[in-house]
Design a protein around this ligand. Structure first.
Ligand code: ATP
Ligand code: CA
Ligand code: CA
Length: 441
């Protein structure tokens, strides 16, 4: 079962867009990266840098196959987030995203029309977003930064970059780069997208056979009587972090976000080939960053920048041999700095189920027999409760219970989200009790 659909060849509708996005990241981000780190200022949160790319190239930009413009938003803020808060190695980040290959697109899994792309090592996701979402992220970036700084274990999506590509005919595409919650080395056997809303939150299970990787929703979770099996220790940590995160989401006045839950059953392992062995890829030849010049003279560069340039050159598809359009994902945990030292990603990049004595269920010596790892995070947080959502709330509220539908004001959304998450942890009464409580209200 292939994880992703299409090989992104030159004839693919999004080939040029991907080339532009990756070239922009490679050149834009490595420019900021080559400078000496400094503390953030207020202006950094509003900053944006423009780059123009064309066949000719100029002092700042190398020659490219296509003409386009690239905008890098708040580069210093994202650099600081990546390095100081999300534990990413700068060279590693750029190389994962822009060298060798990138995995092909996940199509458009949501209703919003966004596209998702994986980095070649499956660690990063590029998501195209609407202009309003980009504007909103810039507006709350300071608050986001503060929340992440004071909550190193936050479950909220990690944003590593915000960019825009402008095509010659004027079409603008905004996109973010974020963490893939799911690890490269483990099959995810069940995926749930949970909101705490019960109306229209059911995936017809008869379709599962055809589409085993389908994302299930709240009502599937409730009907299956599922629970997050966590002992008192992990339960307390998770509850407290979720409480803080939902307070933050309330404050920035958003709704419609979800808790994404990926479940790996150790008993089943990777035997079902859910992450296909070989993934199709996009492997363009991207231009190298320009060496910094000053008045025509070559400038000396930091050793890191030089090493990065060498690594990029070495990973050029021309040198790797063309036609190798496949990639193998690892079978074992190969380590990932963005997960190291984070409570909720501590067990093989996720959170292992535990019993009432806080011992792993299944036990380490019985890894192949039993045990569950959860991969958790709060995603899709860029939708403010605005006029459009108020209208949707009104109309949906005529047909269904005003408190159970997905569009509700951000305060109500956050509190309902949080009570649902508490209910579905072991000992929390379960999803069914959550529905009964809501019925009483
Ligand atoms: P909509 O607004 O219609 O809900 P969207 O286009 O905004 O959709 P998301 O809700 O962000 O999309 O994500 C859609 C799906 O993509 C999720 O249910 C999940 O399966 C997958 N996904 C999104 N973000 C991540 C992530 N960080 N890690 C792993 N999978 C993700
Ligand atoms: Ca969503
Ligand atoms: Ca969305």
């Amino acid at each position: 079962i292939p994880l992703v659909g299409n090989l992104i060849g030159k004839d693919h509708v999004n080939y040029v867009l991907m080339y532009n996005m990756l070239t922009g990241i490679r050149i834009g981000v490595s420019r900021c990266q080559a400078k000496i780190k400094r503390p953030l200022t207020d202006d950094d949160f509003k900053a944006r840098h423009k780059f123009s790319f064309d066949i000719v190239g100029n002092e700042l930009t190398p020659s490219t196959t296509y003409d386009f413009k690239f905008k890098d938003y708040a580069p210093w803020v994202f650099r600081t987030l990546r390095e100081d808060h999300f534990h990413l190695d700068p060279a590693d980040y750029l190389l994962s995203l822009t060298s060798k290959y990138i995995l092909s697109e996940l199509g458009s899994p949501g209703k919003s029309g966004s596209f998702f792309y994986f980095s070649r090592d499956y660690r990063f996701i590029i998501k195209t977003i609407r202009k309003e979402e980009a504007t909103f992220l810039r507006k709350v970036l300071k608050r986001y930064y503060e929340h992440v700084s004071t909550n190193p274990h936050t479950l909220i999506s990690r944003f590593y970059g915000l960019h825009r590509v402008k095509l010659p005919r004027g079409k603008k595409i905004h996109f973010v780069i974020m963490n893939n919650l799911f690890p490269p080395h483990r099959d995810i056997h069940e995926t749930y997208d949970l909101k705490g809303s019960t109306v229209g939150r059911y995936y017809p299970e008869e379709k599962l056979e055809k589409n085993p990787r389908a994302v299930l929703k709240d009502m599937n979770w409730i009907k299956r009587g599922k629970a997050l099996e966590l002992g008192p220790e992990k339960r307390a940590l998770l509850t407290e972090q979720m409480r803080r995160d939902k307070e933050f989401l309330k404050e920035i006045n958003v709704m419609d976000y979800s808790l994404l839950v990926g479940i790996h059953e150790m008993r089943r392992g990777n035997s079902e080939g859910l992450r296909s062995e070989t993934l199709k890829v996009f492997s363009p030849e991207l231009p190298l960053p320009r060496r910094a010049t000053h008045g025509g003279k070559m400038q000396s560069r930091s050793p890191e920048a030089a090493a990065m340039r060498r690594a990029m050159r070495a990973s050029d598809p021309k040198k790797l041999g063309k036609g190798k359009g496949t990639i193998k994902l690892p079978e074992k945990d190969v380590g990932d700095k963005q997960r190291e030292g984070f409570i909720f990603y501590q067990d093989e990049g996720g959170l292992r189920a535990t019993d009432e004595a806080n011992e792993p269920i299944g036990g380490p010596e019985r890894e192949d027999e039993a045990g569950t790892i959860y991969y958790l995070g709060i995603i899709d947080i860029l939708t403010p409760y605005n006029v459009a959502k108020k209208v949707e709330h009104f109309w949906k509220g005529l047909k269904d219970d005003r408190h159970k539908i997905s569009p509700v004001p951000s305060v109500e959304y956050a509190d309902r989200f949080f009570s649902f998450m508490k209910a579905i942890m072991r000992g929390g009464g379960g999803g069914e009790s959550f529905v009964q409580e809501k019925d009483k209200e």
